[in-house]
Design a protein around this ligand. Structure first.
Ligand code: AMP
Length: 223
């Protein structure tokens, strides 16, 4: 599939596995993984003006205003590594963001998007988010129930052994807010893209490898 343009969007609730799957899929397709959440967390860590503007919203589990996120995505999609395609993770999250993305794609003369909706039960989502741990060293995503993962412990990847941490928005109150925000503002995008014939649903439960296999097949069938 290497010579095709893969303009992919991963949709799904927080904790549906978008980050994990976007990483694997982008490596397999040789296109960049673009996570607006990662870009914003980087800006917060760097203490930049963008980070200062975004931090409060993120800690409360609310969405950062559309104008800020649209500007980030527009700029990133114009970089040359996006020419063969991209995997967008966590953008768009609102109808105005989806409209802005459509306009950017048209301006850049790009092929249509393929939007993959990762479907996961709500109980499983809460279990995944409340147990999620990240590594500051390799950006690995783990779960507290995984072997070798402990609070205050090191990354289970023997080549890394970086510090594990819990995202500030993976606390129960912020999780509840993020899920409510998802239902209200992001879920309507499923119909938005379905009506435009761009949507495919992929079952997001099971092992990460099984999900990756289903996802790749769904993308290959439509490329
Ligand atoms: P994520 O890593 O995708 O779960 O994003 C973490 C947080 O960053 C979200 O809860 C929002 O506060 C913010 N964020 C990331 N992407 C967007 C977006 N497309 N629109 C608005 N806020 C976003």
């Amino acid at each position: 599939m290497a010579e095709r343009e893969h303009n992919l969007v991963l949709l799904g609730a927080p904790g549906a596995g978008k980050g994990t799957q976007a990483k694997m899929l982008s490596q397999r397709l040789g296109v960049p993984h673009i996570s607006t959440g990662d870009i914003l967390r980087g800006a917060v860590a760097a203490g930049s003006e963008l980070g200062q503007q975004a931090k409060g919203y993120m800690d409360r589990g609310e969405l950062v205003p559309d104008e800020l996120v649209i500007a980030i995505a527009r700029e990133r999609l114009q970089e040359s590594d996006c020419t063969p395609g991209f995997v967008l993770d966590g953008f768009p999250r609102t109808v105005p963001q989806a409209e802005a993305l459509g306009a950017v794609m048209a301006d850049l003369g790009r092929k249509p998007l393929l939007v993959v909706n990762l479907t996961v039960d709500e109980d499983e989502i809460v279990r995944r988010l409340s147990g999620r741990r990240l590594c500051r060293g390799c950006d690995g995503i783990y779960h507290i129930d995984d072997e070798g993962v402990e609070d205050g412990g090191a990354c289970p990847n023997p080549d890394c052994e970086g510090e594990l941490y819990q995202r500030s928005d993976d606390q129960p109150e912020a999780i509840r807010e993020r899920l409510a925000v998802y239902r209200r503002q992001t879920e309507p995008l499923i119909d938005y893209y379905d009506e435009r014939g761009l949507l495919v649903n992929v079952e997001g439960q099971g092992s990460p490898e099984d999900i990756a296999g289903r996802l790749y097949t769904a993308v290959a069938e439509r490329s």
